[in-house]
Design a protein around this ligand. Structure first.
Ligand SMILES: Nc1ncnc2c1ncn2[C@@H]1O[C@H](COP(=O)(O)OP(=O)(O)OP(=O)(O)O)[C@@H](O)[C@H]1O
Ligand SMILES: [Mg+2]
Length: 222
C-alpha cells in the first residue's frame, strides 16, 4: 500500500530523513516513534505529498508520489486523511464547516456533504457539537474535529501526527480508542507519537526513527 525506497530529505544542511526504506501493507497499524527531530513529521508529509524527497521513491497504492504532477496531488489526497500536529482548524467556523471542508473543495453535493459530516461526527462522539464554533471547544474535542475532518473522505490510509500531543491521560486513552476502532474497520493507520501510553494501548507495529533513519521496525511481529 505504501512503500518507501531509499528515501532521503534534507532541509538546507539538515538531513531530516536519511535512506529510509519501509513497506506498509493494507490494514497495517504503524506507530512511528523516536525523539523530537527524528523525522516523523517529515515522513508523514512525504507520504501525503506535502513535501517531496530529494532522493528515493515513494509509492502510495502503486503511484510514485515523488513524481506526481501538482494536478495529481488532490487525487492522491482523496485516498488519505492527515491529522496534523498543529490542528489547523478554522476557529471562527463551526464544527460542521471545518469537517465539511475537504468535501466542499472536492465539489461534493450538499446532500452527500451533510450525510457524510453527520456520520463522521457521530463516529468521533461529536454529533451534538455540530454547530459549535471550533474555537470554543476543549483540546480533546478539537482533536476529534481534526480526526473527523481526516476521515470525512473515507480514506484508505489515515496519517496522524502526535494526535494526543496536548491531551491528558484520560483523553489520550479515548482518542487512542478512536484510532483503534478506525483501524479495526479496515483503515491503514500510521500514527507518529512520543507517548508511551498510546504505543502500549495501540499494540501496533512500532517503527522507531532516530536522526532520520529507521532504528528498528517490528514488521512481522504484529
Ligand atoms: N521546514 C523545515 N525547515 C527546516 N528544517 C526542518 C523543516 N522541517 C523539519 N526540519 C528539520 O528536520 C528534522 C526532522 O523534523 P521532523 O519535524 O520531521 O521531526 P519529528 O520527529 O516530527 O519531531 P517532533 O517529535 O518534535 O515533532 C529536524 O531536525 C527539523 O529541525
Ligand atoms: Mg513532528
Amino acid at each position: 500500500m505504501i512503500q518507501l525506497f531509499h528515501v532521503s530529505k534534507c532541509y538546507g544542511r539538515c538531513a531530516a530523513l536519511n535512506d529510509v526504506t519501509l513497506r506498509i501493507d493494507k490494514g497495517d497499524c504503524v506507530l512511528l516513534t523516536g525523539p523530537s527531530g527524528a523525522g516523523k513529521t517529515t515522513l508523514l508529509k512525504l507520504i501525503f505529498g506535502a513535501e517531496f524527497p530529494d532522493e528515493g521513491q515513494i509509492l502510495v497504492q502503486n503511484r510514485n508520489v515523488a513524481r506526481l504532477r501538482a494536478s495529481d496531488i488532490p487525487y492522491l489526497r482523496r485516498t488519505m486523511g492527515f491529522v496534523l500536529q498543529d490542528f489547523k482548524l478554522l476557529p471562527h467556523k463551526t464544527v460542521f464547516n471545518n469537517v465539511a471542508l475537504p468535501l466542499i473543495i472536492q465539489g461534493a453535493s450538499t446532500f452527500d456533504t451533510n450525510r457524510k459530516v453527520k456520520e463522521v461526527l457521530a463516529a468521533v462522539g461529536l454529533g451534538h457539537k455540530y454547530s459549535a464554533l471550533t474555537g470554543g471547544l476543549s483540546a480533546g474535542e478539537q482533536q476529534r474535529v481534526c480526526i473527523a475532518r481526516a476521515l470525512v473522505n473515507t480514506p484508505m490510509i489515515l496519517l496522524a501526527d502526535e494526535p494526543t500531543g496536548n491531551l491528558d491521560a484520560h483523553l489520550t486513552e479515548e482518542i487512542t480508542e478512536l484510532f483503534q476502532s478506525i483501524h479495526a474497520r479496515g483503515t491503514t493507520v500510521m500514527l507518529a507519537t512520543h507517548n508511551n501510553q498510546v504505543v502500549e494501548q495501540m499494540k501496533g507495529r512500532i517503527v522507531q526513527l532516530h536522526s532520520g533513519r529507521v532504528l528498528s521496525d517490528q514488521e512481522g511481529q504484529v
